[in-house]
Structures are given as structure tokens and as C-alpha cells.
Design a protein around this ligand. Sequence first.
Ligand code: PDD
Length: 281
Amino acid sequence: MSTVYLNGEYLPKDRAMISVDDRGFLLSDGIYEVTPAYRGRLFRVEQHMRRLRHGLDALRIEYDSAGLPEMHAELIAANSLDTEEVAIVYLQITRGVAPRTHHFPPAGTLPTVYAFAQVHRRPESARWEQGYEAVTVPDERWARVDIKSIGLLPNVLAQQAAVEAGVADALLVKDGVALEGSHNNVFAVLDGVVTTHPATQQILHGVTRAYVIELAREHGIPVEERPVPLEEMRAADEIFFTGTTTEVRPTVRLDDQPVGNGKVGPVAKALYEAFQAGTRA
Ligand code: PDD
């Protein structure tokens, strides 16, 4: 039985209970974070907590997040995940429990804070080397997807479309622009330039995205942040997705057409190697 965190307590998962009046359940009124740990060490936890803070402030959920990194470390330890290559901590904060109204609940309503930790399995390198496929899906999300809201219906439907197409990733497209994946960011390699949508309100500001940009620059690979039209994406030499559970995942077929030469490209490979080395350091 795993140990989870709920409102200040560590307890067995089957004893963690949440009210049916929770605004997360009734209204998707909350946000979440997913933070990785490599061999028990949290990776870029400050960046994840900064993004969480941005979401809490944008949604006006009052919560002191100072103790969260320590809670994350506790959960990793309590679930004996220190020796795993990759583990993740999922954290969700909702506006709390109150009779259902659209407007905010009475002042003093405490947010609900829930977290769990679990192992994450990286693909075998032979599988990774084969590359992955993706399909395009219209982006039907709201206008503030920089907030990591638990309201994920369009993401759920997009990823289900990918699953039903038998592929790994869904590429969300709005007004002809390839924005990001259902649960990851997307990059194209265009004439040697690693190109990705700028960190606006139209994408989630991925912690992995920022790290991969840093790694590219460190390796002397040029980076450009600009909107990438889908048609340009289709003609890219390489496409890859990035994210906490995705790490760096190369796309070799998009909508059943080969990307570049149809094989995993050198840029994705170099960046994945650098990424893995960075998480081991
Ligand atoms: N997803 N874009 C979207 C829409 C996401 O949901 C995520 C993360 C990312 C990548 O962000 P990061 O590199 O910080 O993980 C981009 C998490 C992992 C999830 O929903 O499980």
C-alpha cells in the first residue's frame, strides 16, 4: 500500500478520503504539478514550485507552498523510491470543500492538498531508438493553458485520439500553429535550429522544455522560440516532445507521414543523452 499525503498527513492510500463537496471534484477548481525525482533526488523542484506558485496566484488560491519540496522528499522516502532511476510526485491543490457555488467559497475555506509518489518507467533504449508516432488534434482548450489546471478534458480527448490511432503523442494545433502536446511540449528542428513555441499563455511553460533549451544552448545548438506553423512542422528534419514523464521523445511519423528521413535524428539523440546525463549529475 502506498503512502500518500493529504492535508498535512501521511497515510495509506486507502485511508485518504476527499469530500464529494471538494471543488476539485465538482468544478475542476484547482491546479496540479508533476515533479520528477532521479534516484531519489528531486529534479528542478524549485522550477516546478515556481510554476505552481504562478498558478495559485493566478487562480487566487491562498496557500503557503514553502513546505512542499520537503513534503515531496518525504513522499519519495516513505514509498522507498530512493533507489528507483525515475519516480514522480503528483501534487494537486484545490480550492477546498464547500457547498457548490460558481463563485469562491467563504473566506477561510482551506485548500485541499493531495500528493502521491510512484515509480516511472523509462522506455528501453532499443524502443526509444525506433522513434514514435504522433497525430495532430485541434487544440480546443481555454485561453490560459500556462496555468496547470486540473481541468484537462481537451487534453484527455486529445490523448485518447492518439491512443485510438495507436500512436504515442497528440500534437495540438490552433489557427494553423503547432503549439504543444496533450501533456508535453513540442520542438521542431528546422535547418539545424531547435525551434519551439514561445512561453505565452497558449502553452504550458514546461520545466523540461526550459531545461532542453538550456542544454541545446550549452551544446552550441541554435534555439529559436517562435510559433511554428503546422505545415513547417510537417517539413521539419526532426520533431520531438519534452515533458516530465516524456523526457525527450522523438517523433518519426506525424499523421502517418515520415518526419525528415523517418528515423530518429541526431539533435533529439544528442539532447536526450545530455538530458539523461544532467539528471544523473
Ligand atoms: N504534463 N504541456 C502540457 C499540456 C503538460 O501537461 C505538460 C506536463 C507539459 C510539460 O511540462 P513539464 O516539462 O514541466 O513536465 C507541457 C504533466 C507531466 C502531466 O500532465 O502529467
